[in-house]
Design a binder for this molecule. Sequence first.
Ligand code: NAP
Length: 234
Amino acid sequence: MKKLPTLGFIGTGAITKALVTGLCSRAADVPYPIVISPRNAKNAAQLKADYPDQITIAENNQAVVDAADWIILAVHPNIGEDVCQSLRFRPDHKVINLMFDKSIGQIRDFISEVDTILFMIPLTFNAFTDGPIVLYPANDEAAAIFGHIGRIIFADDPDQALVYDTFSGCVTSLFAVMDSLIRWSESKGLSSDDAAAYITRFFNAVSRRLPVWTAAASTPWRQSVWKMASTCRH
Ligand SMILES: NC(=O)c1ccc[n+]([C@@H]2O[C@H](COP(=O)([O-])OP(=O)(O)OC[C@H]3O[C@@H](n4cnc5c(N)ncnc54)[C@H](OP(=O)(O)O)[C@@H]3O)[C@@H](O)[C@H]2O)c1
């Protein structure tokens, strides 16, 4: 079997925890060696405890870079430039940036010349389900790695990638709507558990149905949604 590349994560926050959990638990047949940075210490220790054979906690960020073939930049945008500039990369390194506000050109300016720089948009749901993962530009090797935990979508250009990124910000609004509906149901006498179970299953089912509706519709998208929504109510 071909040697699997080592994946190195700079920043062990929510998104790294999710991606590493997804890779270790849902892609166990392709056990990519994974090196994580020591911060956040709690997440790093938890991941190491959960997957001791697959995960190494590096001493510092440079040790992550030195040990990895692919380096995933998963720190907050406000420290991204400093973190990148503090690291030394090899020319054969492949880098994936998760910071939404940093272009590939900026990352290239922050670090030395490397083989590949990509922008990727995963979400924490990739820990447990094949939600979409946007990649720009298209890259088959990255798609093969992260395709184990998500449905890969190649963006055509950086602007299109940012359009996809906008949806990540809508998750909070969606949860707020669901939370309001759960609270309202409770005020009408439903138990909290029944309300939460119903609302989450309801939205799950509706979103699974939507592609079928839109694919079947010959009318413009918005009209078809309204039409289907009205049929749904009867
Ligand atoms: N969360 C998502 O769903 C998501 C999706 C796509 C992209 N992203 C992007 O991914 C990046 C990380 O997001 P996140 O949600 O994982 O944030 P987060 O949970 O706050 O994690 C960031 C982690 O970086 C660590 N850190 C701080 N300074 C560091 C340094 N100098 N070197 C290494 N690690 C350092 C922090 O550790 P300490 O706790 O020890 O300070 C923190 O735990 C952001 O740019 C975000 O926009 C996130």
